[in-house]
Design a protein around this ligand. Structure first.
Ligand code: MLT
Ligand code: ZN
Length: 474
């Protein structure tokens, strides 16, 4: 067993290590290299993990004791969930202690009358979804990483996903949360109440805060009815402006559950990687994946009519409609497997948004930036275009170092984000700011707002122990 090393340059390292060992024991205070590498990073691959230890508390009071030690000894803490983030928000690169919630994953019985569930922050998204499904209900925030992402992390990043167009983001489903602040205080926010107009709602400060105010330890989530008979269509589309026409028509005439898009290169990468068949004989520049509720034959007929009308207008070239649950799932894989498939190229990820009505303008401005700056690179387009959210992934060519590649892409980001700023859009629609986007935050938020954020952090975390250097610099 390795002896814990001094942590994050505290005032008295030996005393800290001894106190942490006394609190958690060797099994829950890890300092071996493998654990440091594993817990010190998220799904980004642009910085090397370098925490000085990993803490695995079992209870809220242990977390409060850890925060007490952190304050006393000047230690920095990085809250850690499933580490599926894409902006480096859960990276520990500077000798911090990782505070992992993975042992705190209890889910209480679903409250059927109140249609809610309360769980500890380390429960995975999939476990919560399963608990809801068992009771005939649904937790509707969903994404490809639901098997490993944890609810605390989902809340801290206000995770979006594939059904935001119908159900909204994580923020819309959190009716209560408990968090331990940088002073060690346990806040119990909104207690699962539907109605509570008693002043400022701090719950919403913690949602999307990326761990800079404290650590989320428990949540109460609203549940809803699952959709009835969801069906999926994949449509082959010629241009991005046609894509937006199709969106408008689907929204007007169907109960849309998801409206996603991806480019032909995205489809090619996924089908090659997983030996899946493409749904069409011909290739098309873009594809829309539309999921809708098909509650009657009339609803299905309506969907077919929408597609026929879009074909007659020249917006859609080709279409397939799922005829069974397994076909629905296979069609979804074409979209959901993109992120994992392209991870092997260490992509530089852009996650930008505008209002839905401005999405055509966003797409054409982004297209111009791509044509000018990335004509020699593979660029994979996909995203939640029904929410105005585009994921633009630049693939790293072989033989180029990660840091050179990142420097080049960062240079282009300034052009991309200037276009986003002109449309008053967001430089990070759903992945958060973390480490990777913080130098660009000013493209979406004013200096005055960032200064206010610093002030809010100082209120909740006066010693700056939680997730330092994330979102903005002190
Ligand atoms: C997705 O939409 O697939 C996720 O946000 C992950 C990604 O952008 O790679
Ligand atoms: Zn996404």
């Amino acid at each position: 067993m390795t002896t814990p090393q001094p942590v994050n340059n505290p005032k008295s390292p030996g005393a800290v290590s001894a106190a942490l060992l006394a609190l958690l024991g060797h099994e829950r205070f890890l300092t071996d290299n493998q654990s440091l590498q594993h817990y010190g990073r998220d799904w980004t691959r642009f910085a090397a993990p370098a925490p000085s230890g990993v803490l695995l508390p079992n209870t809220i009071s242990e977390i409060q004791a850890i925060v007490g030690l952190a304050r006393q000894h000047g230690i920095k803490l990085v809250p850690s969930g499933g580490r599926t983030g894409l902006s480096g928000g859960a990276m520990a690169t500077n000798g911090e202690l990782v505070l992992s919630l993975e042992r705190m994953r209890k889910i209480l019985p679903v409250n059927k009358a109140g249609r809610s569930v309360t769980c500890e922050a380390g429960a995975t998204t999939a476990q919560i979804q399963q608990a809801a499904t068992k009771e005939g209900l649904m937790y509707p925030v969903d994404f490809a990483s639901s098997g490993s992402s944890q609810i605390g992390g989902n809340i801290a990043t206000n995770a979006g996903g594939i059904q935001v167009i119908r159900y909204g983001m994580t923020r819309d489903w959190v009716t209560g949360l408990k968090a331990v602040t940088g002073t060690g205080e346990l806040l119990e926010l909104n207690q699962g109440l539907i109605k509570n107009n008693t002043g400022l709602d701090f719950r919403h400060l913690f949602i999307g805060s990326e761990g800079i105010l404290g650590v989320i330890v428990e949540a109460t989530l609203a549940l809803t009815d699952p959709p009835r008979n969801p069906r999926v269509m994949v449509l082959g589309i010629q241009t991005m402006s046609a894509l937006m026409q199709v969106l408008a028509n689907c929204q007007a005439q169907l109960t849309v559950l998801a409206f996603e898009f991806f480019s032909d290169l995205a489809l090619e990468k996924v089908t090659n990687q997983h030996s899946i068949q493409t749904p069409f004989q011909a290739r098309h520049p873009f594809y829309a994946l539309v999921e809708f509720e098909s509650t009657s034959t009339a609803a299905e007929t309506q969907a077919l009519q929408v597609v026929e009308a879009c074909m007659a207008s020249g917006w859609v070239n080709d279409a397939v409609l799922s005829q069974s649950e397994s076909q629905r799932r296979s069609l979804w894989r074409l979209r959901e497997d993109i992120s994992e498939t392209i991870a092997q190229w260490t992509p530089y990820k852009n996650d930008i948004s505008t209002t839905v009505q401005q999405a055509p303008e966003l797409l054409s401005r982004v297209d111009a930036v791509v044509a000018q700056h990335y004509s020699d690179l593979e660029v994979v387009w996909y995203g939640h275009i029904g929410d105005g959210n585009l994921h633009l992934n630049i693939l790293k060519p072989d033989g180029v170092s990660v840091s050179d590649f990142q420097d080049r892409c960062k240079g282009v980001s300034a052009h991309l984000f200037a276009a986003v700023q002109k449309l008053r859009g967001s430089i990070s629609a759903e992945h958060g700011v973390g480490l990777l986007k913080k130098e660009f935050l000013r493209f979406s938020r004013t200096e005055a707002e960032i200064e206010l954020m610093r002030g809010v952090k100082a209120q909740f975390d006066p010693d700056g122990i939680f997730n330092p250097g994330k979102v903005f610099d002190p």
